[in-house]
Design a protein around this ligand. Structure first.
Ligand code: ZN
Length: 241
């Protein structure tokens, strides 16, 4: 049941065609695991909290550095040297005090397996492929879908990984490939993270066409968005066994 306050808070999305109270209740009863509270995690956490996802779990192993602030819009200058997950939790709680937030000042790995198992979806907002591949294996083992995204410079990519139904991350980015870290225009993380939030909301409310078996690529320099069909790799070392 939605409270009077919730009916007011979510009024403008309850007016979206196809939405009603039951749509909002689906969000309210959902638990989402957000791995990484950085450039992608900032818009993901803000929009999922604003939309009324009932329980959001946040993990990040890092503290806030001044050099994060060009893109990690959850944080202010005074937040530097504080834990990201803890600070993110406090920020989104201020935005929406009707939802539950749990945070972990640790990396998104196997020690959090039991926490992840209680969630309906994993959102990959990480900044390195080593951790992403661990999360991919957790997704495969638990059967919990994962929305993968990455951003670099003016570019971004995203896809929805559903174990057994779509490729896994290692099908198109093998675990042994090393990716170098490049710079990033902060607003690109804003765009791609916001798109991840839309996919989460669509998934939780059974709305629209989920980005399965399609890899979306955004070129912010040309302002082009393309989607490429991707298939499971029958020789994938991670999901073909
Ligand atoms: Zn695979």
């Amino acid at each position: 049941m939605l409270t009077e306050n919730e009916l007011i808070r979510y009024k403008r999305q309850l007016e979206v065609s196809g939405w009603d109270k039951s749509t909002q209740e689906k969000l309210k009863s959902a638990s989402v695991f957000v791995a990484g509270a950085g450039g992608l995690g900032s818009p993901v956490l803000y929009y999922l909290a604003a939309a009324g996802v009932g329980h959001i779990k946040i993990c990040d192993r890092d503290k806030i550095d001044l050099s994060n602030l060009n893109r990690q819009i959850l944080y202010n200058t005074v937040d530097t040297d504080n834990w990201k997950a803890e600070t993110a939790s406090a920020k989104v709680s201020q935005l929406n005090d009707e939802i539950k937030i749990t945070y972990f000042n640790s990396e998104a790995g196997w020690p959090l397996l039991d926490e992840i198992k209680e969630c309906g979806i994993i959102v990959d907002c990480l900044d390195n492929f080593e951790s992403r591949h661990i999360l991919n294996r957790i997704s495969l083992q638990t059967g919990i879908p994962m929305i993968h995204a990455g951003v670099s410079e003016y570019y971004g990519q995203m896809t929805f990984l559903q174990p057994g139904e779509t490729p896994c991350l290692a099908c198109f980015i093998p675990e042994d490939i090393k990716k170098e870290t490049k710079g990033i225009v902060g607003a690109m993380a804003g765009i791609v993270g916001s798109m991840q939030a839309i996919e989460v909301i669509k998934f939780l409310t059974d709305t629209g066409d989920i980005l399965k078996n399609r890899l979306l690529h955004i070129d912010g320099k040309l302002m082009n968005i393309t989607t490429l069909t991707i298939k499971r790799n029958p020789d994938c070392k991670v999901c073909s066994k």
